[in-house]
Design a protein around this ligand. Structure first.
Ligand code: WT7
Length: 647
């Protein structure tokens, strides 16, 4: 082994579902005979009508299709709720921990969840929602968010969650693109002691949507809202009045379960479509195996249900496994930097899963915030969302895990539905910063970006693709199958292209080096530079804009904007603030620029293409290696940008 490695402890290897020998054996069989492997794994789910076709996949342009278990029928909600009732009716399904530690937590049992979800499903039916209809969910991290997801799944409606930090415009775009019938929101959303007027954001969004879109409103803080008679509906009152019984709708395995919008390298965010059968098999299996989940464990994923991590590892994976899953409304630093650890101690969390950006933010606050809480219940630590720097990894390992908890660095994407590269706690010797090795059935390959040839040596550096499908793979882009092909299968025909670069070391471990396209990763949130650019140029004073990522100590990457103003517009600090706030309102707080540099000109090729490579180098302050600038239309603009770096 190269690098410093952390092998699983003997106890972990002995007690975990999967040890090293089992991983080797199972991985080999999963790629040698994937049909037999997944035929067996599919049985972890209850099927109304069993499948006989396990896999039917082609990545070819003329015939692109991805189908798993496609003659089977199931209901995802019944798998997450009803099937646990005989053994676990009184077990807690969801622990809800509110924003403020002064508000009591809630424990929702499987029996209570069953009641809530059935009532919620009946409310949706009353609003005219049926199988195949779309429902947009724009909620804080409250139990109603899980009820809403499961209620949709129960009646076969397709949910599309919009992160509550997104702006009214972003919400409207998603309601319109998915042609949703209903948007579910709440009065206000408290987070970190501050309150977002969620319902009034929804009101603003709905001004841009069709008149028939209905708004279902959960009362959360009791804060004031305006009410549009005939359009707005009171969720609490309707649930109270609703019939308590709602049978689950039998769904085909390939019926969509949800749409989740995510940023791409071009244009508007795309609606990633996930299936019912393959997705739930994969979410459930990865949750159990990656986190070595055992009956009775309390599992906490700190993500928001507005991201795929929340879909797969707060709601669907854990509940499919009959787990107790913790849902947290707040932020890591409120009321202080000990909040995560206080919650872990209070609820005796066994698996804790968070993002490197949160770890970096907490690291800076000192170890005393960790040390004053009893973290002895934690067995496994996980990270996701971006590469973890070794310093943060070591802090997580030493200070949080006391050197006793394996860290699973899980690499995956909105598109993949669940983990594709990850260590397994009882099987894999970890290396800080590496997502290590593939999950069962996953066949990563490294391609040379210039020649598009596979690099077959163990040590390799290039772009990361997948050779084979896995059940959790996205099925299409909502309403745009051509974009599905173009974004993922056109660059390297025959393979799924991840958009990430990677290195494979002499031990066959994968190290993600970051995106190779115009997608940036800000605090673990994915952002298309094109989206920020189009928000900037929508401002009357902006003529042109180019946006790139640059290394940021806490956020991983920050947002660096080069802005060319309209003729005659004065570049002032006040305008800089105005533009920054403008982007924030157009997209949401997560898109707020970190740096705005005035750019009298942008480096372009003679054909007018912006040379982002140069802009990235300047933003990174790596101007010694700008490469060849002779093909630029106006080489002098580069000197100006270098001289005025940083704004
Ligand atoms: C992109 C996907 C999937 C959950 C959250 C993000 C980056 C994700 C890791 C990791 C290095 C990672 C990749 C990927 N990424 N996990 N463990 N190590 N990079 O989902 O918003 O779809 O973003 O996040 O660049 O392509 P997403």
């Amino acid at each position: 082994m190269t690098d410093k490695t952390y092998p699983p402890s003997p106890e972990m290897a002995a007690n975990a579902h999967i040890n090293a020998a089992k991983y080797e054996e199972m991985y080999a069989s999963s790629v040698a005979d994937p049909i037999a492997f997944w035929a067996e794994q599919g049985k972890r789910i209850d099927w109304i009508k069993p499948y006989t076709n396990v896999r039917d996949v082609s990545f070819a342009k003329e015939d692109l299709h991805i189908r798993w278990f496609d003659d089977g029928e199931l209901n995802v909600c019944a798998n997450c709720v009803d099937r646990h009732l005989p053994a676990r009716a009184d077990q807690t399904a969801i622990i809800w921990e509110p924003d403020s530690p002064d508000t009591p937590a809630q424990h929702i049992t499987y029996a209570q969840l069953h009641d809530k979800v059935q009532r919620f499903a009946n409310v949706l039916k009353e609003l005219g929602v049926g199988k195949g209809d779309r429902v947009v969910i724009y909620l804080p991290m409250i139990p109603e968010a899980s009820y809403a997801m499961l209620a949709c799944a129960r009646i076969g409606a397709i949910h599309s969650i919009v992160f509550a930090g997104f702006s009214p415009d972003a919400l409207a775009d998603r309601i319109n693109d998915s042609e949703a019938k209903v948007v579910i929101t709440a009065d206000h959303a408290p987070r970190g002691g501050r309150v977002t007027p969620l319902k009034s954001n929804a009101d603003a969004a709905l001004l841009r949507c069709e008149d028939h879109v209905k708004c279902l409103v959960a009362k959360h803080t009791g804060g004031q809202t305006t009410w549009v008679e005939g359009r707005d509906y009171d969720l609490g009152a309707m649930m109270e009045a609703a019939a308590t019984d709602c049978p689950p709708e039998p769904m085909n395995a390939e019926d969509p379960l949800f749409i989740l919008y995510t940023s791409g390298s071009t244009g508007k965010p795309k609606g990633v479509v996930h299936s019912s059968g393959g997705y739930i098999v994969y979410a459930s299996m990865t949750h159990e195996i990656t986190f070595d989940y055992h009956d009775g464990d309390v599992f906490w994923c700190t993500a928001d249900v507005g991201w795929v991590t929340g879909h797969s590892y707060i709601v669907y994976g854990p509940l499919a496994n009959g787990a107790t899953t913790l849902m947290f409304e707040g932020v890591p630093t409120y009321p202080d930097a000990g909040r995560f650890w206080e919650v872990c101690a209070k609820h005796k969390v066994n698996q804790f899963y968070t993002a490197p950006t949160a770890i970096r933010a907490l690291m800076g606050k000192g170890t005393e915030f960790v040390e004053k809480h009893d973290l002895s219940s934690i067995r496994i630590l996980g990270t996701v969302g971006e590469p973890i720097n070794p310093e943060a990894w070591n802090w997580y390992n030493d200070v949080v895990g006391k050197g006793k908890c394996p860290i699973v660095d899980t690499w995956w994407q909105t598109e993949t539905g669940g983990h594709l590269l990850t260590p397994l706690p009882g099987a894999t010797a970890t290396k800080p910063g590496s997502a290590t090795t593939p999950f069962f059935g996953v066949e990563p390959i490294v391609l040379d970006p210039q020649t598009a040839e596979e690099i077959t040596t163990t040590e390799a550096e290039g772009v990361l693709c997948m050779k084979q499908s896995w059940p959790g793979q996205m099925r299409t882009v909502w309403g745009d199958p051509e974009r599905f092909y173009d974004a993922y299968f056109s660059q390297y025909p025959g393979y799924y292209f991840t958009g990430d670069g990677c290195r494979r070391d002499a031990d066959g471990y994968y190290w993600i080096t970051g995106r190779v396209d115009d997608v940036i990763n800000v605090s673990g949130h994915r952002m298309g530079t094109a989206e920020v650019e189009s928000a900037l140029v929508a401002h009357a004073k902006v003529a042109e804009a180019a946006v790139v990522g640059y290394p940021h100590e806490i956020k991983g990457q920050g947002i660096y904007c080069y802005v060319t103003l309209m003729d005659g517009v004065e570049p002032t600090d006040a305008l800089r603030t105005e533009l920054s706030n403008w982007v924030r309102t157009e997209i949401g707080p997560i898109a707020k620029p970190d740096v705005i540099q005035w750019a009298p000109g942008l480096p372009k090729t003679r054909s007018g293409k912006i040379m982002r490579r140069i802009l990235r180098k300047i933003a990174e302050n790596d101007v010694s290696s700008l490469g060849d600038t002779s093909t630029l239309a106006e080489p002098a603009v580069v000197d100006d940008l270098i001289a005025n770096r940083g704004g």
